[in-house]
Design a protein around this ligand. Structure first.
Ligand SMILES: *Cc1c(COP(=O)(O)O)cnc(C)c1O
Length: 244
């Protein structure tokens, strides 16, 4: 986890990229008639090394999105002095619930009851509760995980009733990979509409204020459709290089 990726990214580069992203977020908010502070930025640090994350923390970023519990573990120790919060956004295997309950401040990829149950058990042992978002599948691609929209109401009721260590704060989705902005926008719109429907169903203890949607390639569309949180990796940190 050391930093080949750091070399092309000087302090200036990272600061400039962050400023450019914030400007684009503000412009999208303005187009949508929304206040600029209504959308948060979650930097996604998966595959990037601790030196680059430390640099980002120096620019005021405190929460970082990661896909894997092992990667959080590797990074959390050398960065412990910074008090960062780690947010799990990737598909989480049930047998990793222990690591998630120990190291994650939040899980945005809650997408099934066996995972909720495993997290509940481990969080109980840790004596902690965490914020969670329910990941919903808004595209038909097999590669994407997420709860089917039709299952959402029942899922939320069960979590609210049986899993008190999981504080459901909202919904998360990944849009379809497509060059067609209408298809991408439709995914985001579906998530917002589902949220509105669930609010109407008035499920006790659940407020759903947050919609985590939008990544480097589509965050402006997501903001126009109501995102409250965009998850940005490559537009901020540069291209990802996965080990072979
Ligand atoms: C990697 C990842 C992102 C960030 O992707 P970029 O296109 O690099 O911005 C956002 N959300 C999830 C769930 C991811 O896995």
């Amino acid at each position: 986890m050391t930093d080949a990726t750091l070399l092309p990214c000087s302090d200036d580069t990272l600061a400039a990229r962050l400023a450019a992203i914030r400007a684009r977020m503000a412009a999208a908010c303005a187009r949508a008639g929304r206040p600029a502070d209504s959308v948060a930025l979650l930097p996604v640090s998966k595959t990037f090394g601790v030196d680059l994350i430390r640099q980002a923390a120096g620019l005021g970023l405190t929460r970082f999105g990661e896909n894997k519990t092992q990667e959080i573990r590797q990074k959390a120790d050398p960065l412990a002095d910074l008090g960062l919060q780690w947010v799990l956004i990737g598909h989480l295997q049930t047998n990793k619930a222990k690591e998630a309950a120990r190291d994650a401040a939040e899980v945005q990829s809650l997408d099934r009851l066996d995972l909720a149950q495993a997290l509940q058990r481990r969080l109980d042992l840790e004596g902690r509760a965490i914020d969670v978002l329910v990941q919903v599948k808004t595209s038909s691609e097999d590669s994407k995980s997420g709860l089917p929209p039709a299952d959402l109401a029942g899922f939320l009721r069960t979590v609210a009733r049986d899993y008190p260590t999981l504080r459901v704060k909202g919904l998360m989705t990944l849009a379809v990979n497509s060059d067609d902005p209408h298809a991408v926008r439709a995914c985001f719109r579906q998530l917002r509409q589902l949220r509105d429907t669930m609010r109407g169903a008035d499920i006790a203890g659940i407020e759903l204020d947050r919609l985590s949607m939008g990544m480097s390639g589509d965050f402006e569309l997501a903001i126009e459709e109501g995102s409250t949180e965009v998850r940005i990796g490559s537009a901020l940190f540069g291209a990802r290089h996965y080990p072979a």
